[in-house]
Design a binder for this molecule. Structure first.
Ligand SMILES: Nc1ncnc2c1ncn2[C@@H]1O[C@H](COP(=O)(O)OP(=O)(O)OP(=O)(O)O)[C@@H](O)[C@H]1O
Ligand SMILES: [Mg+2]
Length: 334
C-alpha cells in the first residue's frame, strides 16, 4: 500500500513561507511527477513527505494513518537522491544490502532481497564490483537497488537522472518506468524536465512558488492547461502566445498555439513571417519565425523534410480546433 495524502500542509523557513496551504492525494501505485521551475518547492515537498523536513502546519497521512510526526525511517518510504552517494569501498552487493544490515535484518533475508533487487535492475552481473568500476547509469541503478530492498510503500525520487548524460537519461527513464510497472509501487518523482514528466507520469503536479497550479494526466495538461503558466510549462517547444487583435478574433485576451499545431507554406497561409533560425533535428524541424506582427517569435514544429532557411518568407496557418484561449487573468476559457 502507498496512498499518500497531504492536508493543508505548509512549510516555512523562518519568516518565509515556501509552501502555502497545499492539499494533494497520491493514490496507491500511482506514478506522480512534481514539476515546476527551480525554487518552486518540489524538493521541499518531497522532503516533507519523506519526513526529512518537519511540516509547519497541516497533516500528512500514509495509508490513512497520520504520519506527520513519524520519523523518516518509520514512514516506510524510500528516497533516491540526485547525488547517490555510494560507498566506494563496498561492492554493489554490500551497497545494496547496507540499509538492511543497518536495520539488523536476518542474513538470509538480506541475501534474498539483494538478489531480487539486482535481478530486477539487471545488476546481477556486476554485483561484486565496486562503484568505481560501474558506469553512471549502473551506479544510479545501485542507488535505486538500495531503495528497493527496503520494500517501501512508496519511492521518492528527487531528480535522480540529472547527473547523467542525455542518452543515459533516456535509458534510465525507460528503466524506471518499467520498474514501476513491475513493482506497482507508488512513486513520486521530482524533475524540472517536462519531457520526463510527460513520458513517465500517471499524474503530473505542476508547482509554482509552492502552490499547485494544476494536477492531471500528461495529456489532460497538454490538451487543457488551466492557465498560461501550465500552458507554457507543458509541451516542448513551448506553446506560442498571441495577444491583441488576433486573440480578439477568438474572443480571448490571449491565445495559445502549440508549435506542432501550425502548418507552414511558402505561398499562402493566415500569418506571414520571416524565418529567423531553422533548427534541423532530422525527424523534425523547429522554425523560429519573426516579423509576424503577432509576437516577437513564433515557433513552429514541422516535418524534418521541410526546407526553409534563415531569411525565407514563410506563411503559417494555425489549426483552429486546437487553439487555447485565455482571459485577461491568464485563465483558460472553456
Ligand atoms: N533549508 C532552507 N532554508 C531556507 N530556505 C530554503 C531551505 N530549503 C529550501 N529553501 C527555499 O525554499 C524554496 C523551495 O526550494 P526547493 O529546494 O524545494 O526548490 P526546488 O523546486 O526543488 O528547486 P530546484 O529545481 O532548483 O531543485 C526555495 O526558494 C529555497 O530557496
Ligand atoms: Mg530540488
Amino acid at each position: 500500500m502507498g496512498r499518500i495524502t497531504l492536508d493543508k500542509v505548509t512549510k516555512s523557513f523562518g519568516e518565509t513561507q515556501v509552501i502555502p496551504p497545499l492539499d494533494l492525494t497520491i493514490d496507491d501505485g500511482e506514478f506522480t511527477v512534481f514539476v515546476g521551475p527551480s525554487g518552486c518547492g518540489k524538493s521541499t515537498l518531497l522532503r516533507l513527505i519523506a519526513g526529512l523536513e518537519d511540516t509547519t502546519s497541516g497533516e500528512i497521512r500514509i495509508d490513512g494513518t497520520d504520519a506527520t510526526n513519524v520519523p523518516p525511517a518509520k514512514r516506510g518510504l524510500a528516497m533516491v537522491f540526485q547525488s547517490y552517494a555510494l560507498y566506494p569501498h563496498m561492492s554493489v552487493r554490500k551497497n545494496i544490502a547496507f540499509p538492511l544490515r543497518m536495520a539488523k535484518m536476518d542474513q538470509a533475508e538480506i541475501e534474498r532481497r539483494v538478489e531480487g533487487a539486482a535481478s530486477v535492475l539487471n545488476l546481477s552481473d556486476y554485483i561484486e564490483r565496486k562503484p568505481g568500476q560501474l558506469s553512471g547509469g549502473q551506479r544510479q541503478r545501485v542507488a535505486i537497488g538500495r531503495a528497493i530492498v527496503r520494500e517501501p510503500s512508496a519511492f521518492l525520487f528527487d531528480e535522480p537522472l540529472s547527473n547523467l548524460d542525455a542518452a543515459l537519461r533516456v535509458g534510465m527513464r525507460l528503466e524506471i518506468s518499467e520498474l514501476h510497472k513491475r513493482l506497482e509501487t507508488t512513486m513520486i518523482y521530482v524533475t524540472h524536465d517536462q519531457v520526463e514528466a510527460m513520458t513517465m507520469a500517471d499524474k503530473i503536479v505542476v508547482l509554482r512558488a509552492g502552490h499547485i497550479e494544476q494536477v492531471g494526466s500528461p495529456l489532460e495538461l497538454y490538451r487543457a492547461p488551466r492557465n498560461l503558466f501550465v500552458a507554457g510549462f507543458i509541451g516542448s517547444p513551448k506553446m506560442n502566445f498571441v495577444s491583441g487583435e488576433e486573440a480578439g478574433k477568438h474572443n480571448a485576451h490571449t491565445i495559445g498555439v502549440r508549435p506542432e499545431h501550425i502548418t507552414v507554406s511558402e505561398s499562402e497561409g493566415r500569418w506571414r513571417g520571416v524565418v529567423g533560425v531553422a533548427e534541423h533535428l532530422g525527424s523534425d524541424t523547429f522554425f523560429h519565425i519573426h516579423q509576424t506582427g503577432l509576437a516577437e517569435t513564433i515557433t513552429v514544429r514541422a516535418d524534418g523534410e521541410v526546407g526553409f532557411n534563415h531569411g525565407d518568407t514563410i506563411y503559417l496557418t494555425p489549426r483552429d480546433e486546437v487553439i487555447h484561449r485565455f482571459d485577461q487573468d491568464g485563465l483558460r476559457i472553456a
